[in-house]
Write a protein that binds this ligand. Structure first.
Ligand code: NAI
Length: 398
């Protein structure tokens, strides 16, 4: 059901906002399409989280979809941004029936929204969703390449913010804290450990943190203490709203760069970063890697190609930090300036731009639909052929 949220503080002229409810399976979900872009298509992740209220879910979906448009613009792609949030605890409420309803909801938008994974929705869940709709980005080469590429992008953002060159990184003298060790944070920690960084890791799932700590030789800290550790880089890779005016006062890092969307509770936190001389890489810059990879799934063959494909995050981060320094503006202002310039270039001129992204994104979907149709037709044919003449005649009462 299309809903009107034009009065909502997080509304940013969104193209469409939908609410889906199906009590038979306990589904309550929102899909926000911020911009369909010049191509009539918007992409973004699907998140499942136990939101405290419908209002909290709506706020999240509105903000997350806006960020997705920024990311597509920065990546120079012609698609717009969107997001889906499902209200519920992924550990206890997620089941096949619910995921299939999510698939039906996505399908009802007829390809205006193409979904990927996000917090609480993993690649195996996307496969269930994809039973109901072809409008799902399933990754490629049998892996969750989008999360892996997001992590690679965060890694590049950290390297750029540390002022290191894009090749031959040596992080032996760097202390880095990673908060949230899921699909993205876990991989970020692996990449940093590979380069010799001294790691501190935290997750609300203590068992996960301990396993990772042992595997990577990292020190495990609590999810709250991680904010106050004395480190070179703090990498928030869990959830949004993690940095507030209050807790920012206690930060003891030089740089913040992580994958979590909407890390700042409000823009006022940026002033605290300014006072404390903390370099902040805006979230929609640091977590751009997945968007870059999502547009070229077949190129994501292995970890090395994913790192190469996401190198652009290094360049964009440097550009944003340099522009902020030159203009004495915040890094968010510098990044938004870049978004505007890129959007004008991509979406402008009467929306006549036809991007390869559109083709690349849609082709797998069309291919999957075609395959499914073929399977159905083969099944039907099989049923006819398998039927004996006797069965056929008796059914027809001949
Ligand atoms: P995930 O669900 O795989 O992992 C999140 C991890 O954070 C879990 O291990 C969870 O236990 C932990 N966590 C939750 N709250 C925490 C807290 N307060 N302190 C410490 N740990 C906490 O999610 P995923 O996919 O790794 O995403 C992480 C962040 O990156 C999210 O904010 C997501 O929106 C963002 N992101 C993810 C992308 C992707 O491709 N997966 C793409 C772009 C952004």
């Amino acid at each position: 059901m299309l809903i009107d949220c034009s009065a909502h503080p997080s509304f940013d002229g969104h193209d469409e906002v939908h609410r889906f409810e199906d009590r038979s399976v306990g589904l309550l979900a929102f899909v926000a399409i911020h911009r369909k872009g010049a191509l009539g298509v918007a992409g973004g992740g699907c998140r499942m989280w136990p939101y405290a209220s419908e209002e909290a879910a709506l706020r999240d979906v509105l903000r997350l979809s806006t960020d997705m448009t920024y990311k597509f613009a920065l990546a120079g792609l012609g698609a717009g941004g969107a997001k889906c949030v499902v209200v519920g605890d992924p550990n206890t409420d997620k089941n096949a029936a619910l995921l299939k309803k999510v698939g039906e909801a996505i399908h009802s938008l007829r390809g205006r929204f193409v979904a990927g994974g996000d917090v609480g929705i993993h690649s195996e869940d996307l496969k269930v969703i994809a039973q109901e709709t072809p409008y799902v980005e399933l990754g490629s080469h049998g892996r969750d390449t989008v999360s892996e590429a997001t992590a690679a992008g965060v890694y590049w953002a950290i390297i750029a913010a540390l002022g290191q060159g894009p090749s031959g990184q040596a992080l032996h003298d760097k202390r880095i804290a990673v908060q949230g060790l899921g699909k993205v944070g876990g991989r970020v920690a692996e990449l940093l450990a590979r380069d010799g960084a001294s790691l501190l890791v935290a997750d609300v799932d203590r068992g996960k943190a301990e396993r990772m700590g042992e595997q990577l030789g990292a020190r495990v800290v609590s999810p709250t203490d991680v904010l106050e550790c004395e480190v070179d880089v703090f990498s928030p890779c869990a959830l949004g709203d993690v940095l507030t005016e209050e807790n920012a006062q206690n930060l003891r890092c030089r740089i913040i760069a992580g994958s979590a969307n909407n890390q700042l509770e409000s823009r006022r936190v940026l002033a605290v970063f300014g006072e404390k001389n903390i370099t902040y890489v805006p979230d929609f810059v640091a977590n751009l890697g997945g968007t870059l990879a999502g547009a070229r799934p077949s190129a994501c063959q292995d970890a090395a190609t994913i790192l190469a494909l996401t190198r652009e995050v290094y360049d964009i981060t440097r550009r944003v930090l340099e522009r902020a320094e030159r203009g004495a503006i915040t890094t968010n202002q510098a990044a938004e300036e870049l978004v505007r310039t890129k959007m004008q270039r991509t979406f402008g001129r009467g929306q006549v731009f036809v991007s390869w992204f559109h083709v690349l994104w849609r082709v797998p979907s069309f291919a999957r639909t075609a395959l499914r149709l073929r399977t159905w037709s083969e099944e039907l044919r099989g049923r006819w052929l398998r039927r004996s003449p006797e069965a056929y005649l008796s059914e027809r009462n001949v």
